[in-house]
Design a protein. Structure first.
Length: 249
């Protein structure tokens, strides 16, 4: 069995079926790119895998031998799934530092297993990672995403990923709305974590931009809630030339 395996995944909301039998298998440490036209089901796929309550899902999604569809969103996160949102929400009044410290302590409730025993040690770690991701340290004392630019929000998602050290990271159009410099920084952060953790990655995107800075193994094209074509990096180049019109179901 693959490290992450999705079988006949179907999902509906408000009585409308959006995912119509998604199948995919990803080996540990591999990166898979999911592309497709607007409304094809890409973001629905990420939301369903993360456990969004608005969707009714059937089928199977097994991560490291455990069925995710039977779990709550927080249980899925504890099992190692991380979703970087396309539109990260603002939570005024919840400081970034305090939020990430809570996330960290929840991940390691046993103090003896924590690399950073105190919040002061943890803060020093965050400062180092923030510098790598071009995040101003003063933002760590602000409300979560409160007043952040689009690029700052997306870079903070990668900082959260560094704290959680997930087994499977899903990037849901993380490159959306970012300039070239921000895309490069985000991609560099993802690549570094992938190498450090042997992390498995699913990159959901419309464009080739972020893919210029990532190494990936397979490309899946989704249309009308199904995978209609698979290939390697050459498929991305083909899409840049022809668009999705030639491969829609």
């Amino acid at each position: 069995m693959s490290f992450f395996s999705v079988k006949d995944l179907r999902a509906s909301t408000d009585g409308q079926e959006i995912l119509q039998g998604i199948n995919l298998d990803i080996e540990e440490g591999k990166t898979v790119v999911v592309m497709g036209p607007n409304g094809s089901g890409k973001s629905t796929l990420s939301n369903v895998l993360a456990g969004h309550p608005d969707y009714q899902a059937t089928g199977s999604a097994i991560l490291a031998g455990k069925e995710l569809l039977n779990m709550s969103p927080d249980e899925r996160a504890r099992e190692g799934l991380f979703l970087a949102f396309q539109y990260p929400v603002e939570i005024p009044g919840v400081k970034v530092l305090n939020f990430l410290w809570t996330v960290y302590t929840q991940k390691y409730p046993d103090r003896s297993k924590r690399k950073y025993v105190s919040i002061v040690e943890f803060r020093d770690f965050l400062f180092e990672k923030a510098t790598e991701l071009d995040i101003a340290k003063k933002l760590l004392d602000r409300g979560l995403n409160e007043g952040f630019s689009g690029g700052e929000k997306k870079r903070l998602e990668i900082l959260q990923m560094a704290v959680l050290e997930p087994k499977l990271a899903i990037l849901d159009e993380t490159d959306s709305g970012l300039d070239i410099d921000a895309i490069r920084i985000v991609a560099r952060g993802v690549a570094a974590l992938k190498k450090q953790l042997n992390m498995t990655v699913i990159v959901i995107t419309h464009y080739q931009r972020i893919l210029q800075y990532l190494t990936y193994d397979e490309v899946l094209i989704v249309s009308s809630g199904r995978v209609v074509k698979t290939g390697g990096p050459e498929l991305v180049a083909e899409l840049e030339k022809t668009g999705y019109g030639q491969i829609r179901s």
